[in-house]
Design a protein around this ligand. Structure first.
Ligand code: NBP
Length: 466
């Protein structure tokens, strides 16, 4: 009896996805590499199997491959990067024409495209699958973003759709994204938006903790979460705030150095390549880097003596409005990056459908994401929606107050500032870029366009002669 599906890599994600797949009634073969004859990983995993599940474990790649029905459908859940190429090299001689490999790791979309082309020559199909939801999502229902050849997707859709989260209308949070690396690109931008959302909450916490207790902040977050600001990240941050070990907050025991696995900087680099202004995710990435300079920060902090000003008079409502404002900007920028990539790579991304599969199972699920389904059914840009513009206009004063409060209290507000600057610039008809153009022309004869010329010609001024 051959298995209908295979999974390689029994790490955190692989184990939970395997249990999820088997629970949905699919027969499954699993494989994990064995280092120095140690078969513990596979054996320990098989003990987690429940009675009704049909999982077979393997420590030999040959036996694993032989155990699968044709065409083989194999989900790879190992560390992204070189390990994937090494595994593909081991797998290709064992596979047959028409087999389908699915990479569920956080691989770079350009690597996915390269691997698809390489495997296509061998008549093996390759799907780049973005997965969000972490450990819990993997077990109970993740959000899935598959990209590659549509016919191959159709063949694995019954398994992928059966394990995905369900949205409020009962549809699965798994949808064909588009060709080549589009699934991994969309997952990467998901993470970029996630960086912005997380940093915003960290900044709200920093500002509020000037004058409020963790309990008070939690109460506020719980209240916000019952309305239109509802989100998974807000909910877990509320939980985190009051978690204690003995009589100490866990938060106070955690070193203030933020880690990262690179997807935020990949998104930001993609924004540079595509010429989009993803200032919030970029600021969030840099804020993490700055936090990691702990020793330098500690040393320099000793040089700042004397009491700085402080102002604890900021209203809860003001912070709430500023937070609402900045979240909209973060989403506007994130979807804009998707839209630009879609145009350049001809992916025909459906932003409304992407919003829908991000409404459950994933880390950035929220009420705002729910609303994005309808916002993007007619438009490609949140700024084209009049309700969005009205909300941003109505909250502009609040973000200004929040930034002033941050300056007064010496609290860095990287992403709030980025959100505000972007909005101000985007709603300003004439910016100071005329100076930039003049400087470029002065030192490098780079030329500039003129406001008094009706055509789009470029002009040069001999600045030294004026
Ligand atoms: P883990 O670190 O828990 O597991 C990594 C797995 O990769 C283990 O099974 C490990 O085998 C295997 N592996 C490595 Br490392 N190098 C290998 C190689 N050269 N050949 C074969 N197998 C190799 O990672 P995870 O959190 O399960 O993440 C797996 C993938 O899913 C990553 O790409 C990650 O970015 C992505 N992802 C993670 C999350 C999350 O929330 N954790 C969410 C979404 C996507 P071993 O047991 O022998 O070391």
């Amino acid at each position: 009896n051959k298995s209908s599906f295979g999974l390689i890599g029994l790490g955190v994600m692989g184990k939970n996805l395997s249990l999820n797949i088997a629970e949905k009634g699919h027969s499954l073969s699993v494989y994990n590499r064995t280092i120095e004859g140690e078969e513990k990983v596979v054996n320990e995993f098989l003990e987690l199997q429940e009675e009704h599940m049909r999982i077979n474990g393997f420590t030999s790649l040959n036996n694993f491959i032989d155990s699968l029905e044709h065409p083989r459908k194999i989900l790879i859940m190992i560390k992204a990067g070189k390990a994937i190429d090494q595994l593909i090299d081991l797998l290709t001689p064992l596979l047959s024409e028409g087999d389908i490999l699915i990479d569920g790791g956080n691989s770079h979309y350009q690597d996915t495209k390269r691997r698809q082309q390489f495997l296509k020559e061998k008549k093996i199909n390759f799907i780049g699958l973005g997965i969000s939801g972490g450990e819990e999502g993997a077990r109970k229902g993740p959000s899935l973003m598959p990209g590659g050849d549509l016919q191959s997707y159709d063949m694995v859709a019954p398994v992928l759709e059966s394990i995905a989260a369900t949205d409020i209308r009962g549809s699965k949070c798994c949808s064909y994204i588009g060709p080549d690396g589009s699934g991994h690109f969309v997952k990467m931008v998901h993470n970029g938006i996630e960086y912005g959302e997380m940093q915003l909450l960290a900044e709200v916490y920093a500002l509020l903790s000037v004058s409020r207790s963790n309990e008070e902040i939690k109460e506020l977050f719980v209240e916000w979460n019952s309305g239109n600001l509802n989100s998974y990240l807000l909910k877990i941050t509320a939980d985190i705030l009051t978690a204690k070990e003995g009589n100490r907050y866990v938060l106070d025991l955690i070193l203030d150095k933020a880690g990262n696995k690179g997807t935020g900087s990949w998104s930001t680099k993609a924004a540079f390549d595509l010429g989009t202004a993803n200032t919030m995710m970029a600021s969030a990435v840099f804020a993490r880097y700055i936090s990691s300079f702990k020793d330098k920060r500690s040393a320099l902090s000793k040089l700042i003596t004397g009491s700085s000003d402080s102002d604890s008079n900021i209203h809860n409502k003001t912070i709430k409005k500023a937070y609402e404002f900045a979240r909209i900007i973060n989403h506007q920028q994130g979807f804009q990056l998707l839209n630009e990539a879609s145009k350049l790579y001809k992916w025909r991304l459906n932003l409304s459908e992407i919003s829908r599969i991000w409404t459950n199972g994933c880390i950035i699920r929220s009420e705002l994401m729910n609303n994005c389904i309808s916002y993007f059914s007619n438009n490609h840009d949140l700024f084209e929606n009049s309700n969005i513009i009205e909300t941003l206009k109505a909250n502009e004063q609040a973000i200004k107050s929040v930034l002033i409060n941050g300056l007064t209290n010496r609290v860095p507000l990287d992403v709030f500032s980025a959100a505000n600057n972007y909005w101000i610039a985007m709603t300003t008809e004439r910016l100071s870029a005329n100076i930039i153009q003049a400087q470029r022309d002065y030192f490098g004869a780079h030329t500039y366009q003129r406001v008094d010329a009706s055509n789009h010609n470029f002009f040069h001024t001999n600045w030294h002669k004026l």
